[in-house]
Ligand binder design. Structure first.
Ligand code: NAI
Length: 332
């Protein structure tokens, strides 16, 4: 029996995490969920988006499954998501995007993994008004974090039998910051002679991803580029409803969540696609070494897509969150 922290989040969060909990239960893996809350509601009650009990719970249990949490745009409190990743030092954000056979999307040959640095860059939250009308926003890049994420990407490639790592950057403009990132990853690459290494400027990368996504394998990048490129990769395989992710730190700490946000436009209507958070659970089960259960769930999702009868609206179908979850469970 595992004890795992569950943060349902807001918007579609509770609906999609409920679906994942049901699927994990049906896979036969026994979990006692420790439910804790983070987000806007907590600001009213506790004065912070992430109360201490959330950190304590994750540190105690080591592993968390999390629904999306909304962040106000352009004003208000700092992102609970960024706070969680930073304070728990979950420095690597792993976001795979893979085409599903049978599922209609723009491409059928995508299999990329975005490894996003999760602890610094323009997400440092260091912004100030210099004089009215002029804002300075600080991009922090350190040798330690760049080397650490470079190593993570190459180790990931080695462990999962991947052939190539692409470092994505804008060092032609940010010569110091992105230059440092490249120097660090390049140095790391020398320890992995069996893995091909290449560097690509971020704007060209976007164009190449749309034109020929099959050329990419593992991609490693700073925080902001990773945030944007991973949504792009979700779009390549059929949308945000399909991509899970892991936030991994040191000492066995990890938090699993969908790439997507709280989707307020469809929240509370049983319309959300739960597959992204279900695939995040698959990553979580692999992390826990529950490989047969992870593979069973992955294959159940693939079967549902191959049949093509029970698809949510984002995938061109009419099924509800509950109906697609039931279909996945039926295949278990
Ligand atoms: P979003 O990812 O919530 O939604 C973008 C579009 O994709 C919307 O049209 C939405 O309906 C659709 N979508 C997303 N997930 C879906 C799913 N599972 N099934 C079907 N359709 C889905 O991004 P948006 O609108 O930019 O952000 C909304 C809120 O989410 C913001 O407050 C943002 O800060 C927060 N957010 C939280 C994240 C997290 O908790 N890790 C990540 C990204 C955004």
């Amino acid at each position: 029996m595992y004890k795992i922290t569950l943060i349902p989040g807001d918007g579609i969060g509770p609906e999609v995490t409920d679906a994942a909990v049901r699927v994990i239960e049906a896979s036969g893996v026994k979990v006692e969920w420790e439910r804790v809350q983070a987000g806007a509601e907590m600001v009213v009650k506790h004065g912070v988006t992430v109360p201490d009990e959330v950190f304590h719970s994750i540190i105690r249990n080591h592993v968390a499954l999390k629904g999306p949490i909304s962040t106000p745009i352009g004003y208000g409190f700092a992102s609970a998501n960024v706070t969680l990743r930073k304070r728990l030092n979950l420095y690597a954000n792993v976001r795979p995007a893979k085409s599903f056979p049978g599922l209609k999307s723009r491409y059928d040959n995508v299999d990329v993994v975005v490894v996003r640095e999760n602890s610094e860059d323009l997400y440092s939250g260091l912004e100030h008004i210099v004089v009215p009308g002029v804002v300075e926003s600080l991009k922090i890049i350190t040798e330690t974090a760049c080397t650490r994420i470079g190593k993570y990407a190459f180790e990931y490639a080695r462990n999962f039998g991947r052939k190539k790592v692409t470092a994505v950057h804008k060092a032609n403009i940010m010569k110091l910051a992105d230059g440092l990132f490249l120097d660090c990853v390049r140095k790391v690459s020398r320890d992995y002679p069996e893995i091909q290494y290449e560097e690509m400027i971020v704007d060209n990368t976007c164009m190449q991803l749309v034109l020929r996504p099959e050329q990419f394998d593992v991609m490693v990048m700073e925080n902001l580029y990773g945030d944007i490129i991973s949504d792009l990769c979700s779009g390549l395989v059929g949308g945000l409803g399909l991509t899970g992710s892991a936030n991994v730190g040191e000492a066995g700490l990890a938090m699993f969540e969908a790439v997507h946000g709280s989707a307020p436009d469809i929240a509370g209507r049983n319309l959300a696609n739960p597959v992204a958070v279900i695939l995040s659970s698959v990553m979580m089960l692999r992390f826990l070494n529950e490989v047969p259960a992870a593979e069973k769930i992955q294959s159940a999702v693939e079967q549902v897509f191959l049949e093509g009868k029970t698809l949510t609206r984002d995938l061109g179908g009419t099924a509800s969150t509950t109906e697609i979850t039931d279909a996945i469970i039926a295949h278990l």
